[in-house]
Design a protein around this ligand. Sequence first.
Ligand code: ZN
Length: 225
Amino acid sequence: MLSPVKLLQTQKIVCIEEATQKATVPSTHMKADIIRIQQKIGVTADGIIGPRTVQALTRELGITPATVPSWPTQAEVRKGTSCFGRPGNESVLTSIVPPYPLFYDGKALRSIRVHELVAPHVLAVLREVLEHYGQDEIHRLGLDLYGGSYNYRASTGGSSLSMHAWGIALDFSPTANAYKTKAPRASLSHRDCRAWWEIWESHGAVSLGRSRDYDWMHVQFARLS
Ligand SMILES: [Zn+2]
């Protein structure tokens, strides 16, 4: 016989597993269960299992969460001695095939090219994004509009090299998230994109929009300080 606490935990785990499998369209009954659990653990009770709910649940259940990678700081990257090496070294770039169509300037891309050390994380992020949102919602939110990664250039409005010069930064939905466009005008600052950013952040990536409210298109695998 399981103790009441164990029984509750077992029920919750089953509920999480079922909910995760049906994340896009939870049944009414399941949604009510999820809302009750969310109310108990103190996250937004919207009936949708997003990254924040999963985080709170893992804490509640005492499950050790997967560790978030800690990437070098921008200053370390710019020295050229970090794990990412020197800028402009295309031999460390690798191509990944996105799990949903990405469009660059209206053209569908077969693959995108990023630094080999961040490639598994970019792929994992895109897979998790697909699982969380589904292709229709990805398209509605403009998360399939790609603005590029590797580019040997200075950062916008500065003289130091951009993290793009190492292939460790990516841009998305550039038109609706121009460099100086702030929240709430920047589309990626909207509430329904919160999970998008939480997924990137769970891989240690940093959003300039979320950190500094500019360049909302940009995400990078380097800490700001
Ligand atoms: Zn960028």
